[in-house]
Design a protein around this ligand. Structure first.
Ligand SMILES: N[C@@H](CCC(=O)N[C@@H](CS)C(=O)NCC(=O)O)C(=O)O
Length: 299
């Protein structure tokens, strides 16, 4: 057992240890001046291919797949391991300093949108896709969308952090968050036993929000060994759904946007054009742009 006795008032005195400790601070606001780049398209996305970031690039690719040419976007990488999220331009778009963040420049004035759930609703309403306009179907979709926003921090910040990133393996913390992660997988599995997609017979922003987190762990992409540790193969309905969504062309594209690590053919650092997927993944560019150190699949 730890001998740590908390002082009466907590102070930020030493690094907490573990991966990402160097970027964690107990204060908000910018640390440096840096303007964000702006491309030619109506939507400017500032992101990284973590599960939270993938939701939005998948949404854009799904809209384009449906033929919405007005959904063209520029996606710029925010290197959170280097502290890009604390630059003045980024903080002006998201005062919470987290990816993803969007500037919608399709109207007379730029509109900032932060928090992945808000971005998905903004785009769904703008294009009239993936979110029923009214009635019980809309309520069901929003319920599962907000379920994800409340639940995934226990999967990522709780389970994933203590399983993969903490400086030591703390049994109490791993047990606590494994219990909750498995309970959440069971919630989804039971839902997907009775429904093709999360909110009903149609694919919606609830699937787009939930898949990168829960599909990512179940497909063994997020934290090495986590799928076996949590026995995710036992959630058969969830596995059926995870594999099916993984095969969607827009998902195959969206999940590699702003991806800075892993297989070079699955890294598209910046996305400015539909042709970038064929021409500008890292395997096609100079070897000088080699894979970067931060693992972005599972933060
Ligand atoms: N609730 C937020 C969570 C966003 C979030 O946690 N983003 C992480 C990456 S997955 C981040 O930017 N972390 C940087 C930091 O904490 O400094 C959302 O859904 O948009």
């Amino acid at each position: 057992m730890s001998e740590y006795v908390p002082p009466r008032v907590w102070k930020w005195e030493q690094p907490s240890g573990g991966q990402f400790a160097s970027i964690n601070r107990p204060v908000a606001g910018p640390t440096h001046d840096r303007q964000l780049p702006v491309g030619k398209h109506p939507f400017q996305l500032y992101s990284l291919a973590t599960p939270n970031g993938q939701k939005v690039s998948i949404m854009f690719e799904e809209l384009l797949e449906k033929g919405h040419k007005d959904a063209e976007y520029d996606a710029w990488p925010i290197r959170i391991g280097d502290g890009d999220q604390f630059g003045s331009g980024f903080v002006a778009v998201n005062p919470n300093s987290k990816i993803p963040a969007l500037v919608d420049r399709s109207g007379p004035e730029p509109v900032r949108v932060f928090e992945s759930g808000a971005i998905l609703v903004h785009l769904a309403e703008k294009f009239g896709e993936f979110l029923p306009a009214s009635g019980p179907e809309r309520a069901e979709t929003l319920s599962w969308l907000f379920w994800q926003m409340g639940s995934a921090p226990f999967l990522g910040g709780g389970f994933g952090h203590f399983f993969a990133y903490a400086p030591e393996k703390f049994e109490y913390a791993i047990n606590r968050y494994s219990m909750e992660a498995k309970r959440q997988f069971d919630v989804l599995n039971r839902r997907l036993a009775e429904s093709e997609y999360i909110a009903g017979p149609d694919y919606t922003i609830a699937d787009i929000a939930i898949w990168p987190w829960y599909g990512g762990v179940a497909l063994g992409r997020s934290y090495p060994g986590a799928d076996e540790f949590l026995a995710t193969h036992e959630y058969e309905h969830l596995m059926r759904w995870a594999r099916e969504i993984d095969g969607r062309p827009a998902v195959k594209r969206g999940r590699i946007v702003n991806k800075l690590t892993g297989d070079p053919s699955e890294q598209l650092h910046e996305r400015h054009d539909a042709s970038d997927f064929a021409l500008r993944t890292q395997d096609k560019l100079q070897p000088a742009d080699e894979a970067e150190a931060v693992k972005d699949d599972a933060i």
